[in-house]
Design a binder for this molecule. Structure first.
Ligand code: MRU
Length: 345
């Protein structure tokens, strides 16, 4: 695993790399209560759908350790509490449910339950590294069969690398794999206002990988696409509905609309833990609204008139019809997602 893994667990404590302070400072924060873990997720010390899910597993382990005589109903209640930390990424609820199922199935004693859940967290992170490497190869094969170039210019949005996934990334795993094979001409990194996951985090990761990249403002997307400076777009996902509608960082759907206009492949790369096929369409996905101050202030300094209001939806829904392909560890789906997703999951 990468030495800069954002999630560590040792001696009963969860240690998170404080992503709010990147790229200028690499600071770690320790957690030993579920309330602490809740605030670590809510305040975005840790973020990115897969990492939110892994953090929740360790948060549940800590709760179990702190409640040696727990009853199943109490564990379920603790899970519901943690699940409230952020609403859009389905990975949070998915991994909490996995913890509950694991305990229910084997009716484990408290000590055993704690150890089992800590192991589960580590296993999930390790498995995701393997899955993400496979997804990257699927994406590479797809690019080669669609475009057949020796090198590619990729555009990505938000952050989907090891900071979001615990090890190799999803969409950024595709970029990493192309770079390792000498097939990456450039990665355009969307700055990703207002939280700057692109310029602060993705660029930080690409520097560590020594991969060629340039940061752009989101508004440059049409210019880049019109001038043939983008061969394909890869992003991650926070929740994918049965019809392929995909929630991801706000600004993702703008890219898909433009890519459709300019006839550029737009692909989602996400593990099956980000799929929520219980819901039919994106209309059922709750979009997190974050504080207006993320827009009007930077580093505590006002960058807008103090009398102006701001509106800050943190995610948007990309219409499945605009998505060229959805790549997961189970395969690639495209076209009529109601059928093709069902076939791979
Ligand atoms: O608000 P964030 O930083 O948690 O949003 C993250 C994203 O939107 C990512 O693109 C998504 O979680 C996929 S991470 C592999």
């Amino acid at each position: 695993m990468n030495q800069f893994t954002p999630i560590q667990f040792s001696n009963g404590k969860l240690i998170l790399l404080d992503q709010r302070q990147l790229p200028s400072k690499e600071v770690f924060i320790e957690y030993d209560s579920i309330e602490g873990v809740y605030s670590g997720i809510k305040d975005m010390v840790v973020r990115g759908a897969p990492c939110i899910g892994f953090t929740a597993i360790f948060g549940m382990a800590i709760w179990i350790k702190n409640h040696p005589d727990f009853k199943l109903e109490q564990l379920i209640k603790a899970g519901s509490y943690l699940n409230e930390a952020r609403p859009t990424a389905v990975n949070l609820g998915f991994e909490i449910q996995n913890v509950i199922e694991e305990i229910k199935r084997d009716q484990l004693s408290s000590d055993k339950a704690y150890e089992r859940i800590v192991d589960l967290g580590f296993q999930k992170i390790a498995k995701s590294e393997e899955d993400n490497r496979n997804m990257a190869k699927t994406a590479e094969a797809e690019l080669d069969s669609r475009l057949g170039q020796s090198r590619y210019k990729i555009l990505t949005h938000c952050n989907t690398g090891f900071l979001a996934c615990g090890s190799v990334g999803t969409a950024l795993g595709v970029v990493q794999n192309l770079h390792e094979k000498g097939k990456l001409e450039n990665c355009w990194v969307d700055e990703t206002r207002p939280y700057l996951q692109g310029s602060r985090l993705t660029a930080y990761e690409l520097n560590k990988l020594n991969a060629p990249h340039k940061i752009v403002v989101e508004g440059a997307a049409s210019f880049l696409m019109k001038n043939k400076m983008v061969d394909a777009i890869f992003t991650g996902a926070d929740r994918i509905a049965a019809n392929g509608d995909t929630a991801n960082k706000v600004g993702t759907s703008n890219l898909a609309v433009l890519a459709h206009y300019y006839n550029i492949p737009f692909c989602i790369v996400a593990p099956s833990s980000s799929f929520d096929t219980q819901i039919e369409s994106g209309e059922e996905i709750q979009i997190e609204l974050r504080s207006a101050e993320e827009i009007t202030k930077y580093n505590g300094q006002l960058i807008a008139p103090s009398t102006s209001e701001a509106y800050n939806p943190s995610f948007d829904i990309t219409d499945g019809k605009l998505i060229t392909g959805i790549i997961s560890e189970k395969g690639i789906a495209s076209g009529n997602y109601l059928e093709t997703l069902k076939a791979i999951l």
